[in-house]
Design a protein around this ligand. Sequence first.
Ligand code: HEC
Ligand code: HEC
Ligand code: HEC
Ligand code: HEC
Length: 248
Amino acid sequence: MNRAATRHLSAAAVAALLLLGAATLSAAPGDGVTGSRHDFSAHQPNGEICIFCHTPHNAKTRTLLWNHTLSSSAFRWNVARTTGGTDFAQFSGDTYGGPTAKCLSCHDGTVAVGDYGYLTASGQPPAWDYKIPSSSAYSVGPAGDLKGTHPVSMPYPFMNQASTYNGVTTGAHVALDEWLADPTAAGIPLYTDFGTAPRQAAPQVGRTGIECTSCHDPHNQAVSDVYFLRGSLSSEDPDYICAKCHEK
Ligand code: HEC
Ligand code: HEC
Ligand code: HEC
Ligand code: HEC
């Protein structure tokens, strides 16, 4: 379409075209952030792609040079513990140091996707105020309610031994031999609780846990299926995501 034609389009029609453009970008699983559902660069004056989540300078938090405003929601599940007797975690989005809090800073729908801090070039405040609505398929933990979400920010029985992670200890009735001893061998990141910010590191027996990022790679790199998954959705596939941790 030439420029003259574009000029005659209404603002609404241009907006619709832009949306269409974003939808047709979609990168294949594993192709990286560009063109993925985490590519919001079209909503950024300088077309920057990483800035919604990270900045090289003046970050909001020290960990990961995090640049997105964290959610202040209190996250919790609607049940007390798993069937194995592990307490479900409770944590605040703006104090919990694990990567899950970073995912929920957009996915819980309380903070705008465009609500990030430092803007390298111009210093202008971001203008994109889209928040993921609780009705969206992409909504996870709306306003803190993690009901129906797989345990996260919770212990993993690394090396088939109980762990304490984010203040939670593997329950007494968890059948420890029903988990893979070391899922990191299958490309699943586990996290170590150092008392402050849990982080990805060589897992340590007794203080290992899982986060959203154990199953999803937000950069769409170490991904083998849709939804940024680190494994396949198909149970027929040897790379089946659930079988990377569960021995069933
Ligand atoms: C939608 C949010 C989001 C975007 C966009 C994003 N990242 Fe990240 N990034 C994360 C999260 C969350 C982590 C933490 C992963 C973890 O702890 O396992 C991370 C971690 C990292 C790390 C630490 C090492 C690692 O991979 O765990 C680097 C380096 C990084 N990102 C670079 C980038 C660059 C460069 C871009 C732009 C091309 C980018 N990221 C875009 C969310 C994002
Ligand atoms: C800066 C905001 C932001 C952050 C931080 C963020 N997301 Fe997203 N994510 C989104 C939005 C918005 C969408 C939906 C995009 C759309 O409507 O097309 C999305 C989509 C997704 C999808 C669907 C991908 C697909 O191909 O269908 C997954 C899975 C996902 N995010 C997981 C995560 C995880 C896990 C983290 C943390 C590691 C995270 N996100 C961090 C904003 C964010
Ligand atoms: C145990 C693995 C696992 C963990 C942990 C996990 N997810 Fe997912 N996630 C999945 C799978 C599998 C799907 C695909 C579900 C389906 O078939 O629709 C998915 C789908 C999604 C989607 C796409 C929309 C949807 O709901 O289908 C988003 C967004 C998402 N996850 C975000 C997150 C966030 C944020 C966290 C942390 C709070 C998280 N996930 C933790 C496995 C996981
Ligand atoms: C990264 C490792 C990991 C992956 C991948 C994983 N799980 Fe889990 N799963 C866990 C851990 C850890 C627990 C909590 C164990 C406990 O009770 O302490 C758990 C618990 C569960 C529970 C019991 C919840 C309860 O309330 O008792 C179910 C059901 C479950 N997972 C299903 C799945 C399914 C389905 C998939 C694939 C989509 C999956 N898991 C993938 C680690 C994982």
